[in-house]
Design a protein around this ligand. Structure first.
Ligand code: SME
Length: 146
């Protein structure tokens, strides 16, 4: 199944998962699980904005760094820019925070509410060049549903 098709299948599932629930953390937990299961990513999860730093939220995968300062790493950069950051090779990204040495590519999508970044969705892959504009397109839609 193409990536496009997988996302097309996932979108209505995510929509119904989050529709009846207003608690953002519960929704983040289910969205992380749904994405992780569907694609078999290495690490799939959220960091939430906590004043000057990001703090680890619901995730699937190995243990991870708990706090990331504004502007640091891929996550802090996506927060600072308030836009999605796609990293084809994390070893080429200056300031990348290696929570796991198995990660080789990454995408970070900001969760924006009322023009403010309130969290980021971070996905790590053990393969290089995993993420592209298709992932950006669908993941931005998914975080918009939270
Ligand atoms: N690599 C991220 C840190 C979070 S872990 O990948 C789960 C970064 O550079 O921001």
């Amino acid at each position: 199944m193409t990536k496009h098709k997988k996302y097309q299948t996932l979108l209505p599932q995510v929509e119904s998962l989050v529709a009846g629930e207003t608690d953002m953390i519960a929704n983040m937990a289910n969205v992380a699980a749904a994405l992780h299961e569907a694609f078999g990513f290495w690490w799939t999860g959220f960091y939430r904005v906590d004043v000057q730093q990001l703090v680890l939220g619901p995730f699937q995968g190995p243990i991870a760094c708990t706090r990331i300062p504004f502007g640091r790493g891929v996550c802090g950069t996506a927060w600072q820019r308030a836009e999605t950051v796609i990293v084809p090779n994390v070893h080429d990204f200056a300031g990348h925070i290696a929570c796991s040495s198995a990660s080789n590519s990454e995408i970070v999508v900001p969760v924006i509410r009322d023009n403010r970044v309130i969290a980021v969705l971070d996905i790590d892959s053990t393969a290089f060049n995993t993420f592209d504009e298709t992932d950006k397109h669908y993941l931005e839609q998914i975080v918009g549903m939270l």
